[in-house]
Design a protein. Structure first.
Length: 744
């Protein structure tokens, strides 16, 4: 909830609103303190966890105050699920007060590993007896972070539950509150007291007949509440009146401010992170009574940018002259003004040439064979320049005649049925060495080059069939990225995200697709898995063997398809309800492997000469070169290449932290300026009211509102920039630890 100045509003804040505001102010102040302590990287991260700890306990207290029950709940994930829940629609009509979710539905817990739990890192535990979270610095694995998942689908509703409210609205005509007739207790004996008998006329018999009013139906919203990209705000929202013509006037408020009449010709301008309340009030009060108040929360979330497109004037250097040059052109795939391109030049793995630092792209540039006689590569990413976006993944391209991947190849299997487990499974089609055979590092699942393979549009022939896309074992192949384009109505969207990040998205928050764009779904137009040519050297893809993938021999921790990266399309019913189930125990990730409702799947893996993933000889660890180096043809060259990349990444992280710090410092200064302007505007309103001139007062109040809105935006930016400092500090800390562990 965003805080607005309510000087001009006569309605007092309720106790629960005050509690929520105190919690939000605590978040603002907590983030401000920890984020500005630039030298204490660990302190920043722990400071954020302390802030999250306070917020979670506030949410738990409010949840229980409004009928929620946490008795007997022992697991923190179940606590979070209940805080995300809302009361059923039937009960919601009958209760006053808060009945929705008490935390943002797209937050998730990140748990410590056993190794992290052995340190003094801060962690949260759920104390069932106390009914609240506790902060600790030792013990078993706990919650190390509370993260926001930006890929939640807006239309998915939270879990519904029944809550126990102390007071309910009555469903009997003529009564407001639900009540029960109590039985009078029997007298214990005679009572005596002095009386004086007064004779009076007999009362005139009469009957009070309550007028039976019809309750108006509440308005509906043209845009459902949920998560929307920050760049989409302010949203243009309409209220829809379901009542008979002339029966009601629709009214609304923004962030619990003053109520205003809704004009169907003037959409409501909705800023990010706002609550819109709406109600239908009667025009004919003798016949109708007001509807219940309904509300929707509109949350702005950051979205990952698309990586730059890298083009070379020639695929390789030629031998026509002693030196040759290739011109490199980088193209930003994002909207104008939201990102800058940052790039570096690297040698071919194991060959000569400098690894340059990351630097801003200002235009096409030449690369000489004198500096890189055996070829070179360009690595580039889109750096966010506006709030609401996150940096893209790093894309790369190499000037070489070597096709496929460096150091190995990937195999592909596709299927349309759920395989039996541990030796009894099979696949529908298999391609050995698909990356080298076709010289590709991107698999297009609408047009797989091997004709025997099963494309997704061949497996799903009904264009109205709804489905979701899930990832199995995303944590084991973090170097692969899921790339897809789809259409929401008339809006085209593109996503390019590492599979381990997509795998973090809760299944209930995944987008519902169809191939035909049927109502209630997004039309999927492109689906790919892509990787950089050096993905094997970066230990970014699982190594195993064909037979155990096809037989569905489970991996070390019972992973589906022997740990291979598996993309699955799973069925959704025509009503929008999931028509599938997944088994979380069969995936090294958060979405699980389909146990029912599978429509299609594709499995990718590095087919190497070593042991399969379930065998002791396979020591693969994602991102750890040392776990695969003995199986590479030239381990020394690979080690030198990766060392150069890590050094450049370290410098990039340091520069990113400095930039984030400067942005946060500027945001604090801007907030102070906005605060001064808001205070001056408030004083101007007081002075205007003293004149008694309505026109002057109205103009002053409009100016004050504008100043307060600007202050809200400034405070919001302080929070976001401070969070970015914390994130960049944590990223740098991890890279420095990794670099130190490598002997850097």
């Amino acid at each position: 909830m965003r805080i607005r100045d309510t000087t001009s509003v006569t309605r007092a804040l309720s106790q629960v609103e005050m509690l929520i505001i105190v919690a939000v102010v605590g978040i603002l102040s907590g983030i401000g303190v920890t984020a500005m302590n630039h030298g204490a990287l660990t302190g920043s991260r722990q400071g954020k966890l302390r802030s999250d700890f306070t917020t979670l306990n506030s949410a738990a207290a409010i949840y229980q105050a409004f009928g929620g029950n946490l008795t007997g709940v022992s697991q923190p994930e179940e606590v979070l699920a209940r805080l995300k829940s809302r009361v059923s629609e039937d009960q919601r009509r009958m209760v006053p007060g808060l009945s929705g979710s008490f935390v943002d539905p797209h937050i998730e817990f990140v748990m410590q590993s056993d190794k992290e739990a052995q340190t003094d890192m801060a962690r949260l535990y759920w104390n069932e007896a106390a009914g609240k979270f506790q902060l600790a610095y030792s013990g078993g694995p706990g919650i190390k972070a509370v993260k926001s998942n930006p890929f939640a689908q807006e239309s998915d509703a939270p879990l519904e539950e029944e809550r126990s409210f102390a007071l309910n609205y009555s469903d009997e005509a003529g009564w407001i509150w639900e009540y029960g007739e109590g039985t009078a207790s029997a007298p214990t004996g005679p009572s005596s007291f002095p009386t004086q008998v007064v004779l009076a006329a007999a009362p005139i018999p009469h009957t009070i007949v309550p007028v039976k009013q019809e309750v108006l139906q509440p308005p509906t919203f043209s845009i459902p509440g949920g998560n929307y990209p920050n760049f989409a705000f302010d949203l243009s929202l309409l209220l829809i009146d379901p009542n008979p013509t002339g029966a009601a006037q629709l009214v609304y408020s923004i962030d619990y401010g003053g109520w205003a009449n809704f004009n169907a010709n003037v959409p409501i301008s909705v800023p990010p992170n706002s609550v819109i309340q709406a109600q239908a009030v009667p025009i004919q009060s003798a016949r109708w009574s007001s509807s219940r108040v309904v509300d929707q929360l509109y949350t702005g979330v950051s979205y990952s940018l698309l990586p730059p497109i890298i083009d070379f004037s020639s695929d390789t250097f030629t031998n026509s002259s002693p030196t040759d040059t290739i011109t490199v052109t980088l193209t930003d795939a994002n909207a104008s003004g939201v990102s800058d391109i940052i790039y570096q030049i690297v040698p071919m793995p194991g060959e000569s040439g400098p690894t340059t630092p990351f630097q801003p792209y200002t235009g096409s540039f030449p690369v000489s064979s004198a500096d890189y006689p055996d070829g070179f590569g360009v690595r580039a990413y889109a750096e966010a320049t506006q709030t609401g976006y996150e940096d893209s993944r790093v894309n790369s391209k190499f000037a070489t005649d070597e096709e496929g991947l460096f150091g190995g190849h990937l195999d592909l299997d596709t299927s349309t049925t759920i395989a039996s487990i541990d030796g009894g499974g099979s696949t529908g089609a298999h391609t050995h060495d698909i990356t080298s055979k076709y010289g590709i590092n991107t698999i297009n699942f609408f047009a797989i080059p091997e004709t025997s393979q099963i494309n997704i549009n061949e497996a799903i022939r009904n264009p109205n069939q709804k489905f979701k896309l899930t990832i199995v074992n995303g944590n084991l192949s973090p170097g692969l990225s899921l790339v897809m384009t789809y259409t929401d109505g008339t809006v085209n969207r593109s996503i390019d995200i590492p599979v381990d990040e997509y795998d973090d998205t809760e299944i209930g928050n995944l987008t519902t697709f169809s191939l035909g764009g049927v109502s209630g779904s997004s039309r999927l137009t492109s689906l790919k898995i892509t990787m950089t040519q050096d993905v094997i050297f970066q230990a970014g893809v699982i190594p195993t063997n064909t037979g155990d993938v096809q037989d569905n021999t489970l991996g070390k921790q019972y992973e589906w398809r022997n740990g291979s990266l598996t993309l699955q399309a799973v069925a959704v019913g025509s009503s929008g309800n999931d028509a599938f189930t997944t088994d979380l125990t069969l995936s090294n990730g958060d979405q699980g492997a389909a146990s029912t409702g599978l429509l299609w799947e594709a499995a990718l893996f590095w087919h190497w000469d070593g042991d399969s993933y379930h065998e002791n000889g396979n020591e693969f660890e994602p991102g750890e070169l040392g776990s695969i180096i003995s199986n590479l043809d030239d381990p020394v060259a690979a080690q030198a290449y990766i060392a150069g990349l890590k050094a450049a990444e370290l410098e990039r992280a340091r520069a990113a932290l400095i930039k984030a710090q400067k942005d946060a410092e500027k945001a604090v200064i801007d907030e102070a300026t906005a605060q001064a302007k808001a205070s001056a505007a408030k004083e101007a309103t007081v002075a205007a009211e003293a004149t008694g001139d309505e026109a002057i007062v109205l103009a002053a109040k409009e100016a004050e509102k504008s100043a307060n809105d600007a202050l809200i935006r400034a405070k919001d930016k302080v929070v976001k920039t401070a969070k970015k400092v914390i994130d960049k500090a944590a990223e740098l800390e991890q890279l420095e630890l990794d670099h130190a562990g490598d002997g850097g």
